[in-house]
Design a protein around this ligand. Structure first.
Ligand code: PLP
Length: 430
């Protein structure tokens, strides 16, 4: 009889993206508090947060003024509803502030509970928009290899990461995937489908969870033109890149993408309370704002949640007052100069960096193929040495720290990564 059956699980919590048998055996790794770019476990040990949690803690951890804003709002009223004509003041204010920062002037802000909600909201809005303007045939959505668009059913259908699609049978129809870095392939796909059948192109300006891949400014410019010429809506998924990570408020602004929709979450509140938003350019919002009687029957209980909005306002205050977006741009060269020596290691094939506080250290394909535990071991070795990072799809280490890091932190990441890679690759060889 297997002993595991009698073994009480260490935790009742089913962790996302987890091998729960392993987590139950080893127990969860529990963090107790955070302070700017550092987090502390329950024993008090300190770690450099190299990933801003899951790419969200843009202003860093433990900000008392965000906690105070959350507490004050919760004591006043946590939330009621934003359906119909209802609202709480923080959500209205946050919508104004976000609209003022949006890549397209005059954008409208539709709040969601997180990034996956934003993706599925956009997927529905694309169809609802084309229906409203009399082109309901534009049903196909185009997505890219390596794309991560959240974990709802719509977003999973858009995924360019095969392991995330496996085991469900047929996903949503009317999704076509193209190469991640080839604007001509996008044009060919639209032309083959007939532009009159294509609703939108979903694009992460810098691919994040798929391994931190930037197809280049020229690719983005060409792909944007392809969509423009064919009347296909451009959806920038900026759940990671929004609110400063590329050194501009939005990557769509930096790369002049003139997006029809922008998807955000994470950095909107720096993750202090879950919240997302879809920013709709005037063209897309017009049928719903200008036509009396046109109702979009869509929204979530927590759309415009007052506590989340209060957190968002306080996070924006910090980003603006401490000029953290400019700081990201200033640190951009230091990311490359700190990490590029890692490419000299035998076990590293490539370092990807160059856009804001986003980078990946790619391990050698042969080593990964021969040893599927190499990447998790490197991550664990780094944790043992006081740096928290993550393994990304394809075998890379993630760097996307809070914006308050300094050059010394980037150097620490690189030094610890080098030691951990040597240790993990060495231990795999014995
Ligand atoms: N879109 C992108 C580009 C993301 O990176 C993510 C999450 O990492 C999502 C959507 C989904 O966001 P959430 O996990 O908040 O649902």
């Amino acid at each position: 009889m297997s002993r595991r059956v009698a073994f009480l699980p260490v935790t009742a919590m089913w962790h996302p993206f987890a091998d729960m048998a392993a987590v139950s055996d080893s127990g969860p790794f529990v963090l107790a508090r955070g302070e700017r770019q550092f987090v502390f476990d329950e024993s008090g040990a300190r770690y450099l947060d190299a990933t801003a949690g899951l790419w969200f803690a843009n202003v860093g951890h433990g900000r008392a003024e965000i906690a105070a804003a959350i507490g004050e709002q919760a004591a006043r009223i946590a939330h009621f509803s934003s359906f119909g004509d209802m609202a709480e003041r923080p959500a209205l204010e946050l919508a104004e502030r976000v609209a003022a920062l949006a890549p397209v002037p005059g954008s409208r802000v539709f709040f969601t509970s997180g990034g996956s909600d934003a993706v599925d909201t956009a997927k529905k809005l694309v169809r609802r928009y084309w229906h409203a303007v009399g082109e309901p045939g534009r049903r196909v959505v185009i997505t890219r290899e390596r794309a991560y668009h959240g974990m709802h059913w719509g977003g999973t259908s858009l995924s360019g990461i095969d392991p995330n699609r496996e085991g469900y049978g047929e996903l949503q129809p009317d999704v076509v995937r193209v190469a991640w870095d080839d604007a001509q392939a996008l044009a060919d796909a639209i032309d083959a489908l007939g532009a009159e059948n294509v609703g939108a192109f979903f694009c992460e300006p810098v691919i994040g969870a798929g391994g931190v891949h930037f197809a280049g400014e020229e690719y983005l410019t060409q792909a944007r033109r392809v969509c423009e010429e064919r009347g296909v809506l451009w959806v920038s998924d900026e759940v990671i890149t929004g609110f400063g990570r590329t050194g501009e408020w939005f990557a769509s602004t930096r790369f002049r993408l003139d997006p029809d929709l922008v998807l955000t979450a994470k950095g909107l509140t720096s993750g202090y309370v879950p919240m997302g938003a879809v920013l709709a350019a005037p063209r897309v919002a017009a049928p719903f704002f200008d036509e009396p009687g046109t109702v979009w029957r869509h929204g979530y209980t927590y759309s415009g949640h007052a506590v989340a909005a209060a957190a968002g306002l306080a996070s924006l205050d910090i980003l603006e007052r401490e000029q953290l977006v400019a700081r990201v741009r200033d640190l951009e060269p230091a990311v490359t100069s700190s990490l590029s020596p890692l490419a000299e290691l035998d076990a590293v094939s490539e370092v990807r960096s160059g856009v804001g506080l986003l980078a990946a250290v790619q391990l050698e394909a042969d080593l990964l193929a021969a040893d599927d535990q190499l990447l998790p071991r490197v991550v664990l070795e780094m944790r043992r040495r006081g740096v928290l990072t993550r393994g990304l799809v394809g075998g890379a280490l993630q760097l996307s720290p809070p914006f308050v890091v300094d050059e010394a932190d980037l150097k620490t990441f690189a030094d610890v990564a080098a030691e951990a890679i040597e240790a993990a690759a060495g231990s795999g060889r014995t």
